[in-house]
Design a protein around this ligand. Sequence first.
Ligand code: CO
Length: 138
Amino acid sequence: MITALDHIAIAVPDLERAVKRFMEDFGLPFEGTEDVAAAKTKTAFFPLPPTSIELVHPLNGEGPIAGYLEKRGGGLHHLCFRSDDIDADVAHLRSKGYQFLSDAPSPGAHGSRVIFIHPRSCDGVLIELNQPASDHAH
Ligand code: CO
């Protein structure tokens, strides 16, 4: 089941400058950066309960965010729904014909499990489903 809008992600060409903007100019609480190797992405989170702003930047200059920046120079990249059972939600959406960017969820920031729905299934918007670490079924 989808339970919250977990975060909205912005692709940024200069992570340090964007962190400063959100932290110093906008006064948002900065949670820190995290390298998500599986996604070749460096992330920076600004919790703004009940959601967060996520800055995403290529890790080591490569990966899907690098491609996005090359094409668009930066911008709104994805929105993310929090799930309390990502496997069930993926199965449910697949049965309705939704296409995903990968076969199964992969590791995301904060020890979460994440998967992306193809933008062509959602009117051009990239949507991430995210199950936080604390909600993992054991
Ligand atoms: Co995200």
